[in-house]
Design a protein around this ligand. Structure first.
Ligand code: HEC
Ligand code: HEC
Length: 109
C-alpha cells in the first residue's frame, strides 16, 4: 500500500519534469510563438557562420559598428527575427524605424 503511493508520487513528479522540458525557448526553425523565423529563401550571410558563434557575438559586432541594425532588418523582421529572442534573454528591444517600410506586419499593431 505504502509502496504504491510512493510510486504514484514518483510518476507525478516525472510527468511534471517532462512537461517542464517542453517549455518553449527561442529557436531557429522551432515552432510556436517564440520561434525565430527568417523568410524562406533568404540566403545566410557569410558572417553568420558559425551560427553558434554568431548567436553570441552579433551584439558585440553591432556595438563595435561592424554592422548596422538597418542591415540586419533587411532580412530579419525585428519582431520575429530579433525581439522574441531578446525578450527571452533580457537583451534590449530592437527598434529600427525603417523596418516598417518593408515588414508590413509591423504597421498593424
Ligand atoms: C537567438 C537569440 C537572438 C536573436 C535571434 C537575436 N539576438 Fe541579439 N542578442 C542575443 C543575446 C543573447 C545578446 C547578448 C549577448 C552578449 O551578452 O553580448 C544579444 C545582444 C544584441 C545586441 C547588443 C545589445 C547590448 O546592449 O549590448 C544587439 C545590438 C543585438 N543583439 C541586435 C540584434 C538584432 C538586430 C537581431 C535581429 C536581426 C538580433 N540581435 C537577434 C540574442 C539574440
Ligand atoms: C542576407 C540576409 C541576412 C542579413 C543581412 C542578416 N541575416 Fe541573420 N540570418 C539570416 C538567415 C537566412 C538566418 C537563418 C540561418 C539558418 O537557417 O541557419 C539568420 C540567422 C540569424 C541568427 C541566428 C538565430 C538563431 O536562432 O540561431 C541571428 C542571431 C541573426 N541572424 C542575427 C543577425 C544580425 C544581428 C544581423 C545584422 C548584423 C543579421 N542577422 C543580418 C539572414 C540574414
Amino acid at each position: 500500500m505504502r509502496k504504491a503511493s510512493y510510486l504514484i508520487i514518483i510518476i507525478v513528479v516525472m510527468t511534471e519534469l517532462l512537461a517542464c522540458q517542453q517549455v518553449q525557448k527561442p529557436e531557429l526553425k522551432g515552432e510556436g510563438p517564440l520561434a525565430v523565423t527568417v523568410v524562406r529563401g533568404t540566403t545566410t550571410p557569410e558572417y553568420h557562420a558559425p551560427a553558434e558563434t554568431w548567436r553570441v557575438s552579433h551584439g558585440q559586432a553591432l556595438n563595435r559598428g561592424d554592422f548596422t541594425q538597418r542591415e540586419c532588418v533587411l532580412c530579419h523582421n525585428p519582431e520575429t527575427g530579433c525581439n522574441q529572442c531578446h525578450k527571452y534573454v533580457g537583451t534590449p528591444r530592437i527598434s529600427v524605424p525603417e523596418a516598417s517600410l518593408y515588414w508590413v506586419s509591423l504597421n498593424n499593431k
